[in-house]
Design a protein around this ligand. Structure first.
Ligand code: SF4
Length: 57
């Protein structure tokens, strides 16, 4: 399981990347989470100012 960033909501502020303890978040036009590295901790979702990050299914 891994968290996911909704590209329609992400504003590429980079807040989540700085908080992820696993370094799972990659920079880009919008940010993305590497599901192979994500620890499913939810830290990113709690800090995202736009609510773009949700738990995976
Ligand atoms: Fe990183 Fe945790 Fe978010 Fe996974 S859930 S991307 S480990 S902050």
């Amino acid at each position: 399981m891994a968290y996911k960033i909704n590209p329609d909501v992400c504003v590429a502020c980079g807040t989540c990347q700085g908080e992820c303890p696993a370094g799972a978040i990659n920079e880009g036009d919008v940010y993305s989470i590497d599901p192979n590295i994500c620890l499913d901790c939810g830290t990113c979702a709690s800090v995202c100012p736009t609510g773009a990050i949700e738990p995976g299914e």
